[in-house]
Write a protein of this length. Structure first.
Length: 304
């Protein structure tokens, strides 16, 4: 179960003084020895009267593996509701996906290293920008459905803001310096891409968003040219922070990866609050009864 909202985001919309510096794992390799970012962070409870944070609904499924069809349908529902003025500034979804490959609206299939009619995992062509990518367990995906007319009506600003969310989370939890690369979108660490970004905006309301590789299986990326960038590797927080050791038991590694995912879920939400100057409040639970529409089925294997 997800942690209570009070543990994830500030209930008062206050600015945060986040503990900077890498969370540490003791040599014993037990999750209990982990100096938790969640426990160790220091919050400033004094809110500045000058900061006005707008409420944004949070659909927090970071600890769930959600099929792509379901999340995509939810995005479209929320996008229509935001356009209709039902959610104010917007909404944010945070989750993990079951294994899936997605193509952007203009993606070429030349970056697929498999037959698109017989993919190793489900394949969808979406309306987002960018080339092919992979989503799977261990990767946190954030879908902000935001009305940029109420924030900053500039897609370049929005892309840089999503990068900033990932950069702040990397620094806050692991002390890792994420970097931008000129002419490219995303966040890189030691030459490897850890965060991929692909978005779409309709009447200035955004959908799709940010995917951060916390501790996923990177194997499926070898079946594509990730983001269409040949000769560049994809990495993960788990690898970059060198917290995986060969002599640890599988159960210990899994526990530590689960803890790392939880901490990055918190850090991404807090960074999003600060970057977009918003206050996340719990949304309803729409996934329970949500079904994929017929049009989405037509997008399987890039047919839409």
């Amino acid at each position: 179960m997800a942690a209570p909202m009070s543990q994830r985001v500030s209930s008062q919309g206050c600015s945060s003084e986040i503990h900077r510096g890498r969370s540490t794992f003791a040599q014993a390799g037990t999750v209990n020895a982990h100096r938790s970012y969640i426990v160790d962070r220091h919050r400033n409870t004094q809110c500045s009267a000058k900061i006005q944070r707008k409420e944004v609904a949070l659909y927090d499924y970071w600890d769930r593996i959600v099929p792509y069809e379901q999340a995509w349908s939810l995005q479209h529902r929320l996008l229509e509701e935001v356009q209709a003025g039902m959610h104010g500034v917007g909404a944010v979804i945070l989750l993990q996906h079951s294994p899936v490959y997605t193509l952007g609206a203009g993606s070429t299939i030349d970056h697929l290293r498999f037959d698109p009619s017989n993919p190793p995992h489900p394949l969808f062509r979406t309306e987002r920008g960018g080339e092919v990518t992979y989503h799977g367990p261990g990767q946190l995906v954030m879908y902000p459905i935001l009305d940029l007319k109420q924030l900053t009506q500039d897609l370049h600003w929005y892309l840089r803001s999503l990068e900033e969310v990932a950069i702040r989370a990397l620094e806050a939890v692991s002390g890792i310096e994420g970097k931008r690369e000129p002419g490219r979108t995303g966040v890189w660490v030691d030459g490897r891409k850890l965060a991929a970004i692909g978005v779409r905006a309709r009447r200035w309301v955004t959908c799709h968003g940010l995917a951060l590789n916390v501790a996923p299986d990177l194997g499926p990326f070898s079946s594509i040219v990730p983001c269409g960038i040949a000769g560049r590797e994809v990495g993960s927080v788990w690898e970059a922070s060198r917290e995986a050791e060969d002599d640890r038991q599988d159960s210990s590694i899994q526990a530590q990866q689960a803890q790392l995912l939880r901490e990055y879920a918190v850090a991404l939400l807090e960074a999003a609050e600060d970057v977009f100057v918003m206050r996340l409040v719990p949304g309803e639970e729409p996934l329970k009864a949500l079904t994929a529409p017929v049009w989405l089925e037509e997008c399987r294997m890039g047919k839409c």
